[in-house]
Design a protein around this ligand. Sequence first.
Ligand SMILES: NC(=O)c1ccc[n+]([C@@H]2O[C@H](COP(=O)([O-])OP(=O)(O)OC[C@H]3O[C@@H](n4cnc5c(N)ncnc54)[C@H](OP(=O)(O)O)[C@@H]3O)[C@@H](O)[C@H]2O)c1
Length: 295
Amino acid sequence: MADKVAVVTGSNKGIGFGIVRALCKRGIGNVYLTARNVQRGKEAIAILSKEGYKPLFYQLDVTDEQSVKSFAEHLKQNHAGLDILINNAAIATANFTETTYEDSVQVLNANYYSILTIQKYIFPLLKNNARVVNISSNCGHITNLKNTYWINRLTKDDINQEDIDAFVVWFLNSVKDGTLKEEDFQEMPLLAYRISKIAVCALTRLQQKEVERDISVNSLHPGFVKTDMVKTVGDLTIDEASDAPVYLALDIDQSVKGKYFWFDKTEKDWADTNAQNLYCPYALLERYLEESKEN
Ligand SMILES: NC(=O)c1ccc[n+]([C@@H]2O[C@H](COP(=O)([O-])OP(=O)(O)OC[C@H]3O[C@@H](n4cnc5c(N)ncnc54)[C@H](OP(=O)(O)O)[C@@H]3O)[C@@H](O)[C@H]2O)c1
């Protein structure tokens, strides 16, 4: 464990911060806490060092290709390779119920296109037997989508990069020209976020298919977690929510590949259109937000 190298994107707070702490606790010798903002990153490092942990720090904005490239160079120069990569950084729109084009572009850049940039520069550094965990959401389960053309195209066995990119572009263009149709989706709130996480789950399966060497790539819904993203309402603490990602990064058998997991460590069938209990009901978040206002 002491010589292992792990990277967690967007880990100055929230679930990513919890994952860094948990990986340090498990004795991983080189855990990179990364943050787009140096000050926020260093403050997070200071909290963990007071607790007796010694994560490493590197500035990383996942939407900035130069930043990803420079981090990859740093890793190459300082380590023999990477054992664990947790793609955690993401954003949601501040307004959960409105879908604007500008917001949608930002969400897709941060949550989906960023993972392609990381794949380009950081995947080549993954060691044989490395593990990649893409943090998705229940907003990423296929049941969030109702359009049968896209369901079929995203869930087919021989999916390729063009299929996922075309899905994302279809969504962005529909928002831009005002042609979004409600019947194509299970629900309209958090729509850009849902699209980004559906794309992340589809990409996970594709990355697994295409990656050479014995690397495992899985995606995960971390649960409804009390973080800034959901205005600090939720069911789980960041420490509870880090259990499942750490399980995928360290404990599950290496043969488990290209799957979709739930926060309770159970595997779910991402492509099962009948699993209507796996999509993200906005009403639940709305109820928690209402209750938090009353208290
Ligand atoms: N909370 C939930 O209930 C929930 C449910 C399902 C899935 N998730 C997923 O869990 C993951 C973690 O979310 P969270 O709830 O912990 O959210 P959070 O508290 O808002 O943390 C998000 C982290 O991502 C970072 N980030 C955003 N854009 C970035 C960029 N361009 N480059 C680098 N870092 C960036 C943020 O940095 P700044 O501090 O600089 O903004 C922050 O550190 C996300 O993938 C999210 O979609 C969360």
